[in-house]
Design a protein around this ligand. Sequence first.
Ligand code: NAD
Length: 507
Amino acid sequence: MTDTALRLPTRDDLRERARVSLERVGAVLPEGEGLTARTPVTGDALFSLRATTPDEVSSAVGAAAEAFVAWRTTPPPVRGELVRVFGDLLREHRTDLADLVTLEAGKIGSEALGEVQEMIDICDLAVGQSRQLFGRTIASERPGHRLAETWHPLGVVGVISAFNFPVAVWAWNTANALVCGDPVLWKPSEATPLVSIAAARLLERAIEAVDAPRGLHHLLLGDRAVGEALVDDPRVALVSATGSTRMGREVGPRVAARFGRSLLELGGNNAAIVTPSADLELTLRGVVFAAAGTAGQRCTTLRRLIVHRDVADELVDRIAAAYRSLPIGDPYDEKTLVGPLVNAAAADAMTAALDRARAEGGEVVTGGRRLDGPGEYVEPALVRMPGQTGVVREETFAPILYVLTYDDFDEAIALQNDVPQGLSSSVFTTDQAEAERFLAADGSDCGIANVNIGTSGAEIGGAFGGEKETGGGRESGSDAWKAYMRRSTTTVNYSGHLALAQNVSFL
Ligand code: NAD
């Protein structure tokens, strides 16, 4: 690791950066009480903001429900025009938003820009989708009958988002929801209010530009209590919640109890299998980005490396060497590859997990040190484990890569699947039979299964999400739009006779 005597911007620099970006997007800081805007870059508190009150949440839901009445009958391609204009504004303010992503989530510049690019990409996808909200015509068993499915807008959508993708996940939900005819209420992470204010202002500007109903989007700032108000409000048809499995365990049953719909995107514990035929150079690059990139703070971060015994020593040595050369520090510095953890609790959790790993028989090959100074900067850790022990089965939201070894490919797949989470997975191999085996019905049980690429960095065109304790939700591309609509099945009888289904006779 290059030993950075951390050179970090000052609190005043960071406040100024925030002010400039917010001003450029046309947003006004809601200064007041209830929520503190902080930065992981230095750990400083930057601004005191006014949190949304429970009464305001309730009236926002009411306004969104009113907007729904007008929006649901607006032709979908006209709804798409709103998203097109929003996408243009995102293009124009790409660096303003990326700067704020770095400020609040600690992402390095290229990853912060990548997050904004995902927002732009989903807008492009949703604009096209607005002309393709198609149902099916199904063969009827009765003569002179037409059987068809039509998709209609669902209602008010509540989006609860996590700190680590502070704006992209909201954009995935919002672009799709808007073209599907649904208003959106957004409760961002309490750790990332500033970038949320900026992104929401850009959408508001798009709404004004196309003269869409003003109640189509509401930003609700605050802690989990604000999220809970959305969860419990029967006027919210869908709650799309991204965050920890702990959060999903609370949100899922509460929404279900009122027969609402939920879309859950929760924690992962992602693995890559490396077989003896793997291209180790490609594997090395794929593994280091997936495991240490974003300082281990992606839901798709690589947390478990399942390596064939014959290549384990060589690969571990090469990863350790790469880890030692990773520049850690100020995420605004172009040379930095590993920025800060979000807060001290995250760094404490990393330290505790490493202590536990050692107690469970693990050997820390490299990394794990907390750097001195403001902010929570840590060396990504590489840990050899004797097996899939307790700590390995849990998601620690920090850069720890556990290495397990295997002898037989079936054993590797069994290890890969033997955790409670089911988000992302990959195999590095040049053996096609192994790749196909990994992708088969008895292969990886995850929502994402990759070959010769790491576990993180999904494209917008596919459906994103995972199984088991990851929650089962799917967002962004493919047919994920259907989550934001309701399906109506229609039978039209134009035969002039009444024929009952299943040959039932009556009267
Ligand atoms: P978190 O669970 O602490 O918070 C996420 C959001 O949920 C926040 O906005 C929070 O205020 C809200 N919240 C928490 N408890 C709530 C409750 N009971 N009712 C309503 N709202 C509640 O997660 P985090 O620390 O911000 O993010 C990291 C976690 O998110 C990791 O576990 C990561 O894997 C997961 N994540 C998953 C995905 C995915 O797509 N699967 C994407 C990003 C992050």
